[in-house]
Design a protein. Sequence first.
Lengths: 294, 295
Amino acid sequence: MRTLTDREKKKATSQAGKWSTPGSRLANLAVHAALIIGIFMVIAPFLWTITASLKSKPSMIWRAPYFYPTTFAWENYVEAWKTASFSRFYLNTAIMTGALVLGQVFLSAMAAYAFARLQFFGRNTLFLVFLGTTMIPFFVIMLPSYLIVEKLGWLDTYWALTVPRLVSAFAIFLLRQAFLGIPKELDEAACMDGCSAWKTLWLIIMPLSKPALAAVAIFAFLFGWNDFLWPLLVTRSPEMSTIQIGLTSFQGRYYNDQVHLMAAVTTATIPSLLLFIVAQRYFVRGVATIGLKG
Amino acid sequence: MPGWHVRRRSEQRWTALVCLLPAVAIFGVFNIVPTIWAARLALLDWNGMSDIAKAPFIWFDNYLRLCQAPEFWNSLVVTVEYSLGVTALGLITGLLLAMALNRRMRGRVLYRVLYFTPEIASTVAAGIVWYYLFLPNGLVNKFLHLFGIAGPSWLSSSVWALPAIIVVGIWKRLGFNMVVYLAALQGLPVELYEAAEIDGAGPWHKLIFLTVPLLKPTTLLLAIMSLIDAFQVFALPYTMTQGGPMGATEVMGLLIFREARGLLHMGYAAAMSWVIFAFVFAATLLQWRVFGKED
């Protein structure tokens, strides 16, 4: 994984500093002002959602203030949670997301290791096949996958929610790149010390690839937590529903009850938000790497 | 490759087998087989209820039916409009934002993080929240009112519903575009800018004659990622308009979902999914061609 060296960073910022030479103070101020207005527009929906979720009555929704709460009707959260079986949705989503994160990190890492470090017949062809599948839109495989899951008797089970997506071609690609960036001398030394290829993966390659693994885990979490279409297809009963499906059915039934709906939206978004706050460095770096790979 | 001989071939082979088995098994059953099956499904006249083995093989009739269905052409146009709108405007705003942030200044990291936040919200949550923001008396219109503009009733207008969804699409994608552009900007050669300055180039000249051409590979990559994503848009129109009013936001994903969910015309729906594939494939080929040339 390529990251900028300190020198490169300095280079970049010094170059950037030159962009605002004409009337630089004033220009700087204008840029800041524009950026702050922009940020407000970007995060206003979040602020409004939280504010609305804490209003005492739905009729108060369109009364100012919109972006900071003045009433704190926490009972909205309890009520929303009780009205629909959100705790069950939460549990289901957590199970599904947990499995997807583990699967996409470890199974993809194993595959990526084989592609990056081991020699075997048909390696490049197989890798191309994996890469090629990223071009297949989900809508193409959606119907047959549904039929396969149905044949297996997996409809409305955790199996259907997890197994088909336990491996991600995208994760394999990202991790392979990261593994290729680790000097081969390290594995060779390990090999000389009698460390098997299998152990080299877990004892040498994995610990050295933590940032890439973190990025894959984060993307897998977001993918699982926010996934909608596949769970919508393969689950039937509310007992197997995920949080995103729960939100849409809540929206359908309590269309006019925005305070409770927004409380539900807020609780559904909090896990991703927390993860983002904790790991924003890996997030941003992960995304930036995708671009540099181009 | 020096050193490869150090590890025995047979060990490498066995380890590779163990490492790849789960991935290949899952991928085979839930990606490769479905892809092949989808190709065949598109050639069958199958309603999803009857025995698939007895479904008549009708060659390309499903595709012919598509061409004759006005709802399909409508959804094709809507999907392309959405994709182009989100991609073009999302790239321009993303680049402007990245350029504004690519400077030594206070609060840079905070700005970057805040602009990135919509990316992590689920599309469903975003759609639901924006649905209320776009109501006739919602915040969007209250905001426009500040400038003396009387906003339309966005989502129930067949003219404004799609632009509203495009706005949300851009809102969600802006942070991603910005971060990738920012990383690319930081890799640009300083020497060229210094030379341009010596030649007396102003900020506009540098933007148009240096930055934009130098960023072409990044722009292409982002454009293609954005297009591929946008062709498959589903949850936003699902939560905001359900495809209405009068099909004004009926993207292809919604149409396929409806046919599939109702187990109506599976062959027809499969054929439609291959149309999405054609677009994604064309975009990817374009990417390969352009990048192939540069390498």
